[in-house]
Design a binder for this molecule. Sequence first.
Ligand SMILES: *[C@@H]1O[C@H](CO)[C@@H](O)[C@H](O)[C@H]1NC(C)=O
Ligand SMILES: *[C@@H]1O[C@H](CO)[C@@H](O)[C@H](O)[C@H]1NC(C)=O
Length: 376
Amino acid sequence: MPGSQHLILLLFLLLLNSGSAKIHTKSLRPNRHHPFLSNQTQAQLVERQFMRWVNFVGGLKHSIFHRAMNKVFPSFTLIVDKNPATGDFTTIQGAIDSLPFINLVRTVINVNAGVYKEKVSISAMRAFITLQGAGADKTVVEWGDTAETPGPNGKPMGTHDSATFAVNSPYFIAKNITFKNTTPVPKPGAVGKQAVAFRISADTAAFVGCKFLGAQDTLYDHIGRHYYRDCYIEGSVDFIFGNALSFYEGCHVHAIANNVGALTAQNRMSMLEDTGFSFVNCKVTGSGALYLGRAWGMFSRVIFAYTYMDNIIIPTGWYNWGDPNREMTVFYGQYKCFGPGSNHNGRVTWARELTDEEAKPFVSLSFIDGTEWIKF
Ligand SMILES: *[C@@H]1O[C@H](CO)[C@@H](O)[C@H](O)[C@H]1NC(C)=O
Ligand SMILES: *[C@@H]1O[C@H](CO)[C@@H](O)[C@H](O)[C@H]1NC(C)=O
């Protein structure tokens, strides 16, 4: 986000805060010019302030250019096949490396059925790539690096670089393909076993009918606006994590934790960041005892709406990452969820069952400016 936008946002927030400060003072010293404030309870005030905040974040447009420049019509189609006789390339990385360093047209890479044992990375200027598998159960890309695997310089590569498949360019689309990290579920307390299956570190990416398989840290939903539809995501701890602004629709999230796991670790770090994860019409199943989320970022933001939750959800639902201060700044909510794990009664007091009005900004594609750029 450019500096000027930050500044505008900051001014806006200052205005917002000064407004609420005024109301707060008035409620303490009721004055006859505003009689409606005199009988307002503190709870109503907090609620009003909250609603104002919801409307504010829900009303944000996230585009830098306020105009998406997606390109849908495929200009090139490449075929990847294990058999050199039937495709243009035998590896996905081979196909990607054949593209110009700066790619400006929609390029479809069809990946025929097979298990591709390779680590793949798409560089930042190679935009508009569509990766199309033959079906998520037929086309699989897998590798097995962890955060402690030595990198090129001999030092541990870290979580970020452990990804089997890493995308750093905008307007990426993936359909009907599986991304997998083969590292097994680590023992409780094990260090350095984070093993990313897929990392998306760019804006405007869409995923349909994909599977993300791993254990700890499966899907690094790093930065940018992302759309996941009809996807399957499996893992144990923090298996959807990062600081993206993402909309998960109709996805199946499956925990394979042996004991305690966590579904999300959203990393929103300040008031000024409008990132967060929204799960709508999803399904949460699996093993172990699962937190819906842990507050990796001080201002972590996650909501689940119209989502089925199996009886694996820890009743308190959310974890403050060992820092009680975060309870005041995170935003965790549920809206019209169902199933044995969805009961909101046992949830931490700092999570919310959202009202219709509060849920509104989070349950439609406008959460990620979807109508602007989601095109298949
Ligand atoms: C608050 O005061 C207004 C105006 O006097 C009145 O119409 C309203 O019913 C009151 N609300 C409550 C909750 O007492
Ligand atoms: C691709 O994914 C979509 C969405 O999940 C699904 O409806 C479709 O059947 C899949 N196609 C194949 C070939 O697997």
